[in-house]
Write a protein that binds this ligand. Sequence first.
Ligand SMILES: [Zn+2]
Length: 290
Amino acid sequence: MGEKYTIKSWRCPTEKKPDFSARFDFEPTTKFFDQLSFIGDPAVCCFLLETTEGLVLIDAMNPEQRYMDAIVKGIRDTGYELTDLKHVVISHGHGDHYGLADELRKASGAKIYLFEGDHELAKKPMGPFAPMDYPVDVYLTDGMDLCFGDTVIHCVETPGHTDHCMSFIFPVTDEGRPHMASLWGGTGLNYGVNMFTYLKSVDKFELACADYRVDVEISNHPPVDNGIERLNVVRNITNGVPNPFVIGQENMHYYFNKFRTMCSEALKIWPDGIARPQMPGAPEKEKDCV
Ligand SMILES: [Zn+2]
């Protein structure tokens, strides 16, 4: 192997032993692949993807200063400046995902990407979030490939959580080992979600993930997939310890089955397939949906 194969390590030195007994202390930035970092908190997060064409941010969290500070810190922690941010790709038109998009665009010059139908949704008042009353630079479409330097993000429209929720598939490496990551843009059964539409999207995205040999899943709401616990492992990981976000192609089916089970339980309560506020954990009313 020549020097050109040198990989910049993100893992702790092996002499630093993992301490899984440590109390969970949430750091806003965690690098967990060679070019992918988590930024956020246990409620909501975004992902910073490093490419040869600059930085890509997938989602932009709530419009709160502490989240803006976390993004700026996260970019600096990974060795970049805010002006290196070139693209802000939004999964769907809820304010906890597009919240800081415009502020980031103004600060960095980055372009904003979102499905047109969800831009229309985001223009309407919803809960505590300001409407998205500003333009989107690029409208996403189903099957679109976003080519950012050496990285291609494949977009899959997965309606359900919102009418035009977008999910993404893109390559990552872990200490040089290639993997394919998936991010389902919206997993919650909010007020008014049509569960039959949602279930079709589960099938659609699972097939797309199989086509792309996806073996990594991440979520923009960490509680959905034990992301918090897995990040805690990642923060103490050493060489030789499997990355807990690499679940393997064969286990993707079990990940998707979690959502099928969630829907089948909800259908027992609402056989017409429309989620209502009484759903455990669901928002009290439509305007609170996120
Ligand atoms: Zn949402």
